[in-house]
Ligand binder design. Structure first.
Ligand code: GSH
Length: 245
């Protein structure tokens, strides 16, 4: 198990962040939220690259992600944010930009990246697709289905249909291949994992004629294969543990 997963820190207040940031001795500080999808995307890549990091889980209930002590790093007031203490405390946010930064700077063997120029462009294409086409729509589907104070059937249907449409796009892309780009998994594949977890939370159960196994077998196979990667397994197990607390 890598460094970042060994310790889960609980803070009484934001002052603790500054303290831990300068004392934990790891290369990176990752600001995250245990229940969110996007912070785990970064944790998975840090784990895969065996980079040392300390995760600070913000308390959304206390609005810590909107407090100035955090928005001085990320003016968007969302997680994740990564600080690279080996690069002059360089601060970067937006999960796909973070994982691109990590592979470009630290993945010397291209374990999670590719060398060919066109293939790199395709990795970027899929990262944009994930960040603009998958994450926000899957997130809205979860929000309107599970958390919005009123039940608005048109909003629920709109976003559930979009989840199904995106699965359809991925099914087409994966036809005849195992991974999105080239012959191995890259950050492009890893970026989709945490939102694809909606497959197992019953979001689409009973919705129209939706049937994951029948309609999107390649997406399911791809997602299951990604979830079997040891670093992914570790991150998802920690996520499940923290969410159960
Ligand atoms: N496109 C951003 C999305 C970030 C995002 O929406 N993060 C969620 C948690 S997964 C968040 O911070 N939500 C709090 C809020 O919206 O106030 C990324 O990929 O980093």
């Amino acid at each position: 198990m890598q460094n970042g997963l060994l310790r889960v820190l609980h803070f009484e207040g934001l002052l603790g962040y500054q303290y831990i940031r300068t004392t934990h001795g790891k290369q990176f500080t990752l600001y995250s939220y245990h229940g969110g999808a996007n912070g785990w995307k970064v944790a998975i890549v840090l784990e895969e690259l065996s980079l040392s990091y300390e995760t600070i889980y913000l308390d959304f209930g206390k609005q810590e992600h909107k407090a100035p002590e955090y928005t001085k790093y990320n003016p968007n007031g969302r997680i994740p944010t990564l600080i690279d203490h080996h690069n002059g405390d360089f601060v970067i946010w937006e999960s796909c930009a973070i994982i691109l930064y990590l592979v470009e700077k630290y993945d010397k063997d291209n374990k999670l990246y590719v060398t060919d120029f066109n293939e790199r462009a395709l990795v970027t294409q899929y990262l944009f697709f994930q960040a603009s086409g998958q994450g926000p729509y899957f997130g809205q589907a979860m929000w309107f289905n599970n958390y919005h104070p009123e039940k608005i059937p048109t909003a629920i249907d709109r976003y559930k249909n979009e989840v199904i449409r995106v699965f359809g796009v991925l099914e087409t892309i994966l036809t005849g291949k195992n991974w999105l780009v080239g012959d191995k998994y890259t950050i492009a594949d890893l970026s989709f994992i945490t939102w694809n977890l909606v497959i197992d939370v019953g979001l689409l159960d009973g919705f129209g004629s939706f049937n994951m196994e029948k309609d999107f077998p390649l997406v399911l196979k791809w997602h299951r294969a990604l979830c079997e990667i040891p670093s992914v397994k570790r991150s998802l197990a920690l996520r499940a543990k923290l969410m159960a607390q």
